[in-house]
Design a protein around this ligand. Structure first.
Ligand SMILES: [Ca+2]
Length: 603
C-alpha cells in the first residue's frame, strides 16, 4: 500500500465516494475560514509550525554541523510542506553544554551557526516566502560563560551577583570533596538537577552554592531581581526589532522559584514548576514586550508538569500572558516507575486518547499546542508506531494529532517519517542528558548496562537529533564533512528527495495536513468529541462547527480492524484525507480499517 495523494484533495468534487477512495475540494468550506484568517490576532490558532533544530537540519560549509545558511538553502522545503511558521531552536552564542540551551550571549549568533548578518538574511528570506520566525528563548538560565555569570563569579559584591541564585552551605552539614556534579553533603537542600546529581554547584572562591535546575553550566537566573527581568525584556524587544515574529520559551514555568527549606528534596524541576510569581512575571513580560509590538506575535511556553488549570491561566485569552503552552503529560504516559523515562512501559492507546481529549479542553478558554516529537523526544514512529508499517503508522499518528484542537507542531524529519537512531553503544550518543543518566545508572548505581541501554535506545533525545535526511547520498546530503552525530543508515530509503512532490509520500501527507488546516475551519474552531474512548486500537474523534462534522478515524495497530467493533457506523461523507489507496468498490475496504489506516471524513 502507498499513501493517498494529497493532490487529490484539490480534485473536483464527486458525489459521495466510497470511503478512502477519493479526496475532494474543500473550497466551499473555506470562506468562513478566510474571514477568520483576516483577523490577524488569531493567525497562530490556524497555523502549523515547523521546528528546526539547527545543529541537525542542514550544513552549508562542511564542518558537520547544521547552520543558518543551511536553513536558508532549504526554505523551499518548508514552502512545499505548507507550514506557516518556524520555531528555531537556539542559534545564539553558546559553549554548547546543552546544544545551545545554554546561552552565553543573547544578542549574537554562535559562529558554528553563522552570524547576525546571516540571521537577518534568514528572517528576510523567510518573510519573502510568507513564513514567520519564532525564536527560542532560554531565560530560565544562562550559560556559565555568559558575561552576567562571569561577573557574578567575581564575588558577593559583584554587580551581577544577585542576577543568579546563591546560597550558603547547609548549616551543620559536613562537606566532603566530590567531583563536579557530585554531592558534597552540605548542599543548601536536596534538589536534584534534571541531568542527575545535585541542582547546586559549589563555588569555592565565595564559599557559596549557585542553583542550576539543569547542568552546572546552566545557572538559573534570579527573576525576583527586576534588573534581570528588564534585561530579558529589552533583549526580546531587540529581537523583535530585527524582525522575529514570536518566541518559544524554554521551561518558562520554572522562572519563579518557591520558598523552600533545607529538608526539601527531589527533582528541582518539580519543585519550581509554576512558582508563586510566574503569572506576575508573564503578565509583565506581555506588557513590556508583546503588547508593545506592532504585529501579533506567537508565544508558546514550554511547561513540563504544568496542570490543565495552570495552562488555562497562562494561555487564557483575557489574561494576556502567553498564547499557548507545551504540556508534557502525553509524552510521559510511557514513563516507568517514579517517572523514569529510561525505564519505559508500553503505551496504552486509551490513555493517550483520553489525555489528548482532556487537554483539548484547554482550547475553550486558552490554547494548546499539539506535538508528538521534538528535539527532546524520540521519533514517534519508532516509539508508538511500527517501523514495519512506517509510512502508515507515522501518518496515522500525525493525522490524529492534527485532528485535535490546538496548533500543530511538526518536528524536522517527522514530515519524512524519520525513525530513531538505533545506536548500539553509549559512545555513539552525544546528549548531555543521556550521558548523565548512563553515568548515574551504570557507573554509580551499578545497574545492568544492557538494561540501561534498552531504555536509552528507546527514549534518548539523540534519537531525534540525527541529521535530517535530504538525499540517499553520502551523509544523507546533510553535510559534505563528518556529521556531528551519525546519520541514520536508513537515509537510503527515507529521504526528502524521494518524497517531496511525490504522490503518496509521508511528506505529501503532511503537506495535505497543512493545507487542510487552512481550508477547514472546523479543525481550528470546532468542538471535539472522543468516541469509543476505551477501544484499545480504534481512535475516533469528531469535530463539529457550523453544521460541518469532521470524523477522524484511525486503526492504531498493525492488524486489520473490523469497523463493526465501533460503537456506531462511520458517517457517510467526503473523505478528505486517507493514508491508503483502497481497492475500488471493495466492500471489505469499506467496513474495515487496514493496519494503521487513518481517514478524515467530512459530512
Ligand atoms: Ca556548518
Amino acid at each position: 500500500m502507498t499513501i493517498g495523494t494529497p493532490d487529490a484533495v484539490n480534485q473536483a468534487a464527486e458525489p459521495t465516494p466510497a470511503p478512502g477512495s477519493t479526496r475532494h475540494s474543500v473550497a466551499d468550506d473555506s470562506a468562513a475560514h478566510h474571514a477568520r484568517a483576516q483577523d490577524e490576532t488569531l493567525w497562530w490558532r490556524s497555523a502549523v509550525v515547523y521546528q528546526i533544530y539547527p545543529r541537525s537540519f542542514a550544513d552549508s560549509n562542511g564542518d558537520g554541523v547544521g547552520d543558518l545558511q543551511g536553513i536558508i538553502d532549504h526554505l523551499d522545503h518548508l514552502v512545499a510542506l505548507g507550514v506557516d511558521a518556524v520555531w528555531l531552536s537556539p542559534a545564539y552564542r553558546s559553549p554548547m553544554a546543552d546544544n545551545g540551551y545554554d546561552i552565553s550571549d543573547y544578542r549574537d549568533i554562535d559562529p558554528v551557526f553563522g552570524d547576525l548578518a546571516t540571521m537577518d538574511r534568514l528572517i528576510a528570506e523567510m518573510h519573502a516566502r510568507g513564513l514567520r520566525l519564532v525564536m527560542d528563548l532560554v531565560v530560565n538560565h544562562t550559560s556559565d560563560q555568559h558575561a552576567w555569570f562571569r561577573d557574578a563569579l567575581t564575588g558577593p559584591d559583584a554587580e551581577h551577583r544577585d542576577w543568579y541564585i546563591w546560597r550558603d552551605p547547609r548549616p551543620g552539614a559536613t562537606a566532603h570533596d566530590a567531583g563536579p556534579g557530585q554531592w558534597r553533603g552540605d548542599e543548601p537542600n536536596g534538589w536534584v538537577s534534571a541531568f542527575s546529581g545535585p541542582a547546586w554547584a559549589w563555588d569555592e572562591a565565595s564559599g557559596q552554592y549557585y542553583l542550576h535546575i539543569f547542568a552546572p553550566g546552566q545557572p538559573d537566573l534570579n527573576w525576583e531581581n527586576p534588573k534581570v527581568r528588564q534585561a530579558v525584556y529589552t533583549m526580546m524587544n531587540w529581537w523583535l526589532d530585527r524582525g522575529v515574529d514570536g518566541f518559544r520559551m524554554d521551561v518558562i514555568n520554572l522562572i519563579s522559584k518557591p520558598a523552600w527549606g533545607p529538608d526539601d528534596a527531589g527533582p528541582a524541576m518539580n519543585a519550581c514548576s509554576v512558582g508563586p510569581r510566574l503569572h506576575d512575571f508573564l503578565a509583565e513580560m506581555n506588557r513590556e514586550v508583546m503588547a508593545t509590538s506592532d504585529k501579533v506575535l506567537m508565544t508558546v511556553g514550554e511547561m513540563p508538569s504544568v496542570t490543565l488549570d495552570e495552562a488555562a491561566d497562562v494561555s487564557g485569552r483575557d489574561r494576556h500572558e502567553l498564547n499557548m503552552v507545551f504540556q508534557f503529560e502525553h509524552v510521559w504516559l510511557d514513563n516507568g516507575p517514579d517517572g523514569d523515562k529510561y525505564r519505559p512501559v508500553p503505551l496504552r492507546l486509551a490513555d493517550m486518547k483520553a489525555n489528548m481529549a482532556r487537554w483539548a479542553g484547554l482550547c475553550e478558554t486558552g490554547w494548546n499546542s499539539l506535538y508528538l516529537g521534538n528535539h527532546d523526544q524520540p521519533r514517534f514512529v519508532s516509539r508508538w508506531g511500527d517501523e514495519a508499517h512506517r509510512e502508515q503508522s507515522s501518518t496515522a499518528w500525525a493525522a490524529m494529532l492534527h485532528a485535535h484542537p490546538g496548533t500543530p507542531f511538526i518536528y524536522q524529519g517527522d514530515e519524512l517519517g524519520m525513525t530513531d537512531a538505533h545506536f548500539e553503544t553509549i559512545d555513539q550518543y552525544r546528549d548531555v542528558e543521556t550521558l548523565g543518566y548512563w553515568h548515574q545508572a551504570v557507573d554509580l548505581d551499578g545497574r545492568d548496562p544492557d538494561e540501561v541501554m534498552a531504555g536509552v535506545r528507546y527514549i534518548s533525545r539523540d534519537n531525534a537529533r540525527t541529521p535530517v535526511q535530504w538525499t540517499a547520498g553520502d551523509n544523507a546530503g546533510f553535510t559534505t564533512g563528518t556529521p556531528w552525530l551519525a546519520v541514520n543508515p536508513n537515509h537510503a530509503e527515507i529521504n526528502a528527495q524521494t518524497q517531496v512532490g511525490v504522490p503518496g509520500s509521508v511528506f505529501e501527507f503532511h503537506a495535505a495536513l497543512c493545507r487542510l488546516r487552512h481550508e477547514l475551519p472546523v479543525l481550528t474552531d470546532g468542538s471535539i468529541e472522543l468516541l469509543d474512548a476505551d477501544h484499545p486500537r480504534l481512535w475516533w474523534v469528531r469535530r463539529r462547527l457550523d453544521g460541518v462534522t469532521l470524523d477522524a478515524v484511525a486503526n492504531m495497530s498493525s492488524a486489520p480492524l473490523d469497523l463493526a467493533e465501533a460503537s456506531q457506523p462511520l458517517p457517510e461523507g467526503r473523505v478528505v484525507l486517507s493514508n491508503i489507496v483502497p481497492v475500488a468498490d471493495d466492500e471489505v475496504t469499506a467496513h474495515r480499517l487496514a493496519p494503521w489506516e487513518v481517514r478524515w471524513t467530512l459530512s
